[in-house]
Design a protein around this ligand. Structure first.
Ligand code: HEM
Length: 346
């Protein structure tokens, strides 16, 4: 087997092992000498659990995606750092009470006020898109759908993959800071990351692949300073960081409020260099570096290092899964907010 082919095969094998997604169910009426028919729905007809659909706004707001696309592009052209911020905002939204726009609510004690939300950005982009959509198709497009699509378009803007987003999420009415503080902040061990993902219906593969979002964006120095000096009381930096990289970080991160790129090599490009950095002991968050050393995740890191196109493809698949975590769809489950910052008054 050629060297370049091996990682691909390895990844396929690992995907099969790690995937906990639904296996094909046996239809009781077609067991035994079964006759199977294959029905291929069109994209517009395709629904997820008959809840979300790709054609959801086709009649009610046909320009939704193009309005959103132009706005996201405009903002990112002015400030590319908003692209990673939108992607992270979507992750934090979906991590707490599902993808329901609860991270956007702005009131005392809401998720947005939590410690884990302190450095979240991109709210003004969502507000701007929402304001335009309220002009074009009032009371129609949810904030949760806007954020989900904005995260996709932001990824594409920095060279990442495209994935089709099904729509129909309702906006939630509850947002509790304490719950937002459950979102991992980079100090966790792999077991708790795996549990966090699995409790949201995602696998170890999704964890490793979605951590690849750290190929763009930055962290505040406050999140990593503990690795740079007196790590666990040893008087030395974390030994799992490359020594030259530690030097660089010590100079770059004098103040907790400063920022440093998560991918030291190609911070503005959505690529698989994040995984290559892990092999060089250049994972910035300890949770990133641990993916390389833990036996449950390291084979996946190795495979993704060697196969950039597999990363692209699987990132799109895993983002699709993230975007449907615990979505609210029933009339009485949520609402279409008119302003993403507040629940509707009526
Ligand atoms: C696996 C668990 C994860 C942990 C522990 C984690 C942790 C972090 C931390 C600590 C930061 C820096 C925050 C700061 O100090 O400013 C960050 C940034 C970021 N995270 Fe994650 N994250 C995780 C998963 C994800 C996922 C699943 C995504 C998206 C799919 C994501 C996307 C991002 C992005 C794009 C940034 C940069 C944000 C910016 O530049 O504004 N992260 N993450």
């Amino acid at each position: 087997m050629s060297n370049s082919f091996f990682p691909l095969v390895l990844l396929m094998v690992l995907c099969t092992i790690f995937s906990t997604s639904a296996q094909p169910q046996e239809n009781p009426s077609t067991t035994g000498d079964a006759v199977f028919t294959l029905q291929v729905p069109t994209l517009d007809e395709t629904t997820l659990d008959n809840l979300l659909s790709f054609g959801y706004y086709r009649k009610s707001c046909p320009k939704f995606e193009s309005i959103l696309h132009n706005k996201v592009k405009e903002w990112i052209q002015k400030d590319y750092t908003l692209a990673p911020s939108l992607l992270r905002l979507h992750f934090h939204d979906c991590s707490v009470r599902g993808c329901d726009g609860s991270i956007l609510l702005k009131h005392d004690g809401s998720e947005r006020t939590a410690e884990a939300s302190k450095t979240l950005r991109g709210f003004e982009v969502v507000d701007d898109i929402k304001a335009e959509l309220e002009k074009q198709c009032p009371n129609t497009v949810s904030c949760a759908d806007i954020l989900t699509a904005a995260a996709r378009d932001a990824t594409v803007e920095l060279g990442g993959p495209y994935w089709a987003v099904p729509y129909g999420r309702k906006d939630g009415k509850m947002s509790i800071a304490k719950e937002a503080d459950m979102v991992p902040m980079g100090h966790e061990n792999i077991t708790s990351l795996i549990e966090f993902f699995q409790s949201r219906g995602m696998t170890v593969l999704d964890l490793v692949v979605l951590s690849g979002a750290h190929t763009i964006g930055r962290t505040s120095c406050g999140s990593i300073q503990y690795r740079l000096y007196n790590y666990k009381g040893t008087g030395k930096p974390d030994p799992t960081i490359d020594s030259k990289y530690v030097n660089f970080l010590q100079r770059k991160c004098r103040w907790a409020s400063e920022y440093v790129d998560l991918d030291a090599t190609t911070p503005k490009t959505f690529d698989n260099v994040y995984y290559i950095n892990l092999k060089k002991k250049m994972g910035l968050l300890s949770t990133d570096q641990l993916l390389y050393s833990d036996p449950r995740t390291s084979p996946l890191v190795s495979a993704l290092t060697a196969a950039p196109s597999v990363f692209e493809h699987q990132f799109a698949v895993s983002m699709g899964k993230l975007g449907i975590v615990e979505v609210l769809t029933g009339e009485d489950e949520g609402e279409i907010r008119t302003n993403c910052n507040f629940v509707n008054a009526y």
